[in-house]
Design a protein around this ligand. Structure first.
Ligand code: GTP
Ligand code: ZN
Length: 207
């Protein structure tokens, strides 16, 4: 007899398990807690406004960066993008930030520290990942699709500089109607990193 797999093929990958108010310096958001089915890994979304009208929502799919988001690192632009995205959503009074726990473009925190060490020795962000045996970008956005579905967000205006990310989002079924640039936080410590993103990962800066 054929074995039945535990989950149906289209079963949601996350469960919406908790919700509260989250006052911030930009205004009050609703924080939604999600749990990955199977692994229990936790993700959150911050939303403002209502999505029942079906109009496209301003959305940031923010990949976790402990160093940039919480520890003030200048090696990347993540912390600045996080703040700018929340500011933009608050200005519109409507939108969502998905805070996805895919640290280090999916390779995890310790491996990102190893990658940074290789970058200290001269490798760029892509070469460092490859030297460690990882792809340049190991993220999976299927979870994001299911989080948006739970939030009743059908169409998105995505804040990103990364056109490949938009292709990836479309491949997992997220309807992207517009790219909204999010260029903030360039400094002498992340200059080379951002240039590498433009050259090797296709990021659009100044366009
Ligand atoms: N492996 C690795 N991950 C990094 C490095 N710098 C930042 N990250 C991670 O990259 C993720 C953010 O990636 P970005 O390339 O800024 O984001 P993006 O989604 O591709 O592009 P934007 O939407 O324009 O920000 C976070 O998970 C960071 O932890 C690095 O040098 N190596
Ligand atoms: Zn970062």
């Amino acid at each position: 007899m054929q074995q039945q797999s535990a989950a149906a093929p289209n079963a949601p990958l996350v469960r919406h398990v908790a919700r509260c108010k989250l006052p911030t310096q930009w205004g009050e958001f609703t924080m939604h807690g999600f749990e990955e089915v199977g692994t229990g890994k936790e993700h959150v979304a911050l939303t403002m406004g209502d999505f029942h009208d079906g109009e496209p929502a301003l959305v940031r799919l923010h990949s976790e960066c402990l160093t940039g988001d919480a520890l003030f690192s200048l090696r990347c632009d993540c912390g600045f993008q996080l703040a700018a995205a929340l500011d933009a959503i608050a200005r519109e009074g409507r939108g969502a930030l998905l805070y996805l726990r895919q640290e280090g473009r999916g390779i995890g925190l310790i491996n990102k520290i190893r990658a940074y060490r290789l970058q200290d020795g001269g490798a760029d962000t892509v070469e460092a990942n490859e030297q460690l045996g990882f792809p340049a970008d190991a993220r999976d956005f299927r979870i994001a699709h299911d989080m948006l579905a739970e939030l009743r967000i059908g169409k998105v205006r995505v804040m990103t500089n990364n056109p490949r990310k938009i292709d990836t989002l479309r491949r997992v079924g997220i309807e992207v109607v517009e790219r909204v640039p999010l260029e903030v936080g360039r400094n002498p410590h992340n200059d080379k990193y951002l240039d590498t993103k433009a050259e090797k990962l296709g990021h659009l800066f100044g366009l």
